[in-house]
Write a protein that binds this ligand. Structure first.
Ligand code: EPZ
Length: 430
């Protein structure tokens, strides 16, 4: 299996272009099937999750024409099945966005029940609650979620937890329902707003996205649109924290600084200099970093998808830091790997107590999931000596050309397949 070979110790310096937001793209790709006309989507990230969702769409008869690495034309006039097979769900749980899109458009859908994953149990009770509130029958049989409705009627839905997925799925199911739907306690993430803007560009009537209360007035049909996906705040944040870990000077370009505010605030708190411009943020980390406390929260709080990355950085900061993971119940698995690099992190329940150390030392590491995998790469880039990172297919789920972008910033990193390749890498970088 391919792995990353890394020689740590080089500060990351330079500029990096940030791609389209994976978690906005997944919702928008699914929603694109709600019209029979052709939809063009630009700034699509070329990552495994979006590519698998496109395969799932093609498996039910959606025509997807690639017009460039980051652009597609989608036409769902000839959807020939409302059943999304399990192998797509097994690969990415976000295939369940097709539930909301198919139910909203065809009043019926069957999608395999997504399993848990490495960061927690990932229930979907709020999605089901929303579909039922709109008048759909929802049952789970033989591992499939089967939902259908004579008609969908708007309703007032209170989410019991702030859920990105449930907010997105219910928004799509309500888009063509009769009357108005109100979603209370809605998720406010930038990708929720991006989906609302996309749906409105197809003729929907969605108001309030980005606040706790989203109002959707159902419309009879949706039309063609051309839409550009927002930049990925988590990819941007990952490079910003990589700059902090390696005492570098990195500018992330093609970003929306407002989406990065909680990240910028923490970087400044721990001693980085941060300069913002219209569509770029520069992080300079030449001073010794200091400790802080952080708790992951729904947007605009500090994102859970940046929790591993900040923990890795705080592991090198002076003093004791505390990181509390309030969204998922099993998102500290990577800490054992950090310990093997000399990190001093103690996990108690959903809290990590981090005593900063002077340095990490290179080790052979295994990525447990997407964001923790990226965080371990950051740790290896900061470490003294050589590291390898296994299971990097997790990282490819959400980061396009991750090691190439890092190399552009001066990182000594390569993809290797065999021990011999690794030895060659070691000789090459010296
Ligand atoms: C989305 O997952 C993202 N995935 C995750 O990013 C991200 O970590 C998460 O939102 C939080 O921001 C995509 O957008 C594809 P949730 P999602 O529903 O929608 C509970 C990545 O790295 N909950 O907001 O599954 C749930 O257990 C991925 O790109 C219910 O109880 O997250 C969790 O505790 C990892 N019932 C909390 O809500 C439900 O029906 C937030 O989950 C749904 C969720």
């Amino acid at each position: 299996m391919e792995q990353y070979a890394i020689k740590g110790g080089t500060p990351l310096v330079g500029e990096v272009e940030i791609g389209g937001a994976k978690n906005a793209a997944l919702a928008i790709l699914a929603a694109a099937i709600m019209t029979d006309e052709t939809v063009t989507i630009d700034n699509l990230p070329d990552v495994r999750d979006t590519n698998v969702l496109i395969q799932a769409m093609e498996s039910i008869g959606v025509i997807v024409e690639r017009i460039g690495r980051h652009s597609v034309k989608i036409n769902a006039a000839n959807v020939n099945s409302l059943v999304v097979e399990d192998d797509y769900i097994k690969k990415i749980r976000a295939s369940y966005y097709l539930l909301g899109a198919l139910l909203g458009k065809y009043k019926r859908a069957e999608v395999a029940l997504p399993g848990g994953c490495n960061i927690g149990s990932r229930p979907i009770d709020q999605h089901i609650k929303g579909f039922r509130a709109l008048g759909a029958d929802v049952r789970i049989e033989h591992g499939l979620i089967i939902t259908e409705a004579e008609k969908l009627k708007g309703n007032h839905i209170y989410l019991d937890v702030v859920s990105v997925g449930a907010t997105i799925n219910i928004m799509m199911a309500a888009a063509m329902a009769e009357g108005q739907t109100i979603i209370e306690n809605a998720a406010k993430e930038p990708h929720v707003v991006d989906l609302a803007n996309f749906l409105n560009s197809m003729g929907c009537n969605v108001k309030g996205a980005g606040t706790d209360v989203i109002r959707i007035k159902g419309v009879p049909r949706l039309h063609a649109t051309e839409y550009t996906i927002i930049p990925d705040q988590i990819e941007a944040g990952t490079f910003m924290f990589a700059a902090a870990a390696t005492k570098g000077d990195v500018t992330v370009k093609n970003v929306i600084p407002k989406h990065l505010e909680s990240l910028t605030a923490k970087l400044i708190e721990i001693g980085c200099e941060v300069e913002e411009s219209d569509d770029a943020v520069r992080v300079v980390a030449t001073k010794k970093l200091t400790h802080t406390h952080v708790k992951t929260l729904a947007y605009p709080g500090f994102p859970t998808d940046m929790q591993p990355q900040i923990t890795v950085v705080l592991g090198l900061a002076e003093g004791t830091s505390i990181v509390t993971e309030s969204i998922f119940e099993n998102r500290f698995k990577y800490v054992d790997e950090l310990t093997r690099m000399g990190g001093n992190v103690k996990v108690e329940g959903n809290t990590a107590i981090i005593d900063g150390v002077a340095k990490y030392t290179g080790a052979s590491l295994t990525a447990p999931d997407l964001r923790a995998g990226a965080a371990l790469v950051i740790a290896a880039l900061a470490a003294e000596g050589f590291s390898t990172v296994d299971e990097i297919q997790y990282i490819g789920r959400g980061y396009e050309d991750f090691h190439l972008k890092l190399r552009e910033l001066g990182a000594q990193i390569d993809k290797v397949k065999t021990e011999r390749d690794f030895q060659k890498f070691k000789l090459k970088v010296g």
